[in-house]
Design a protein around this ligand. Structure first.
Ligand code: ZN
Length: 323
């Protein structure tokens, strides 16, 4: 499915098989002799096939195409390795580039999972099945790294980078001040809540995310063009809804901790999840993994606020309410 959402700005839906996100929006901006593609799809045949049909229909010449990737997740970045040519620039951000170039990344993730109570038997299986491992770029990428305020001009549009850490450490949005368009990546989505997960001890992604929500709220936006699902116009209302969602989740985590000290994994198993499964045990492993990361992000955030404390016992982190 392809539509022209603004003059010279196209949206193509790239399917994500067996993934609750269903599809990713890949945008193409047609300029004078050059193209810019925003986000791509996973590096798997189903995505490549849909992408080939999309670029053919829009008339994209990959030799004259640059890429802007909002963040490191495989559904946004993975396919770029099959599309980018030696003449292409791949715009990306510093913090996420550090993660993808870190050879210890998966090991650090495994250690965080272990510390937070994931069963040992699940850890290697969850990592080997992780979409970030299976469907990622298959070669090193020559990235052009951007920071807050960097500009990209194309097709009569002038885009500015906005750093919006939270969903990932370095997530970037692109804003066009004349038409008031916001390419939001996975920072704000309309009908789904972006996953905020913690997989590295020192981070506080939920704190960053809430600050980044407030940040985009200050921009004047006529239309949000998100990484998934439909475009929408009421971005301030959506920001408020997302903030409220996280407040409710924080309250839920606090009420679970009233039962006594426990690991993040246990907390995740007791939280309510919008998934069609009878019990926590019936969750597919990748969904348990994402749920665990979310619970951990909430616990870290609440610890930062001084409402929760953490102690180590036999190599496991246990969380409890701070009196
Ligand atoms: Zn993402």
């Amino acid at each position: 499915m392809i539509d022209e959402v603004y003059p010279n700005i196209f949206r193509g839906e790239i399917p994500l098989p067996q993934n609750p996100l269903k599809a990713i929006n890949s945008y193409v901006i047609k300029g004078d002799g050059r193209f810019l593609m925003i986000d791509t799809g996973m590096n798997r045949p189903e995505c490549l096939q849909a992408m080939e049909a999309y670029i053919k229909e829009v008339g994209v010449d990959l030799k004259r195409t640059d890429f802007f990737i909002t963040h490191l997740h495989a559904d946004h970045l993975g396919l770029v390795s099959e599309l980018a040519q030696s003449s292409s620039k791949i715009y990306f951000n510093y913090p996420d580039a550090e993660v993808i170039n870190d050879p210890n990344h998966w090991q650090e993730m495994a250690e965080t999972a272990r510390l937070n109570g994931f069963p040992e038997s699940d850890i290697q299986a969850a990592i080997s099945r992780h979409p970030g491992k299976r469907y990622h770029a298959r070669r090193p990428l020559d990235l052009t790294l951007l920071r807050e305020g960097a500009k990209i001009e194309i097709g009569g549009y002038s885009f500015t980078c906005i750093e919006t850490p939270g969903h990932t450490r370095g997530h970037l949005c692109l804003y066009e001040p004349n038409k008031k368009i916001l390419f939001s990546g996975d920072h704000i989505l309309e009908s789904i809540t972006p996953n905020i997960s913690l997989w590295s001890e020192g981070d506080n992604p939920l704190k960053n995310y809430l600050q980044s929500l407030d940040k985009v709220s200050t921009y004047d936006v006529a239309q949000v063009l998100p990484g998934h699902r439909e475009r929408f116009s009421h971005h301030r209302r959506r920001v408020e809804e997302l903030k409220e969602h996280h407040e409710i989740r924080n309250d839920e985590v606090l009420s679970i901790l009233k039962r006594g000290k426990q690991t993040a994994y246990k907390v995740a198993s007791l939280m309510s999840w919008d998934i069609d499964c009878e019990s926590w045990e019936a969750f597919p492993l990748p969904q348990q993994w994402f749920a665990g990361g979310e619970a951990f992000a909430h616990l870290q955030y609440l610890q930062g606020l001084g409402r929760v404390k953490r102690e180590l016992q036999n190599g496991k982190a246990l969380f409890s309410l701070k009196e």
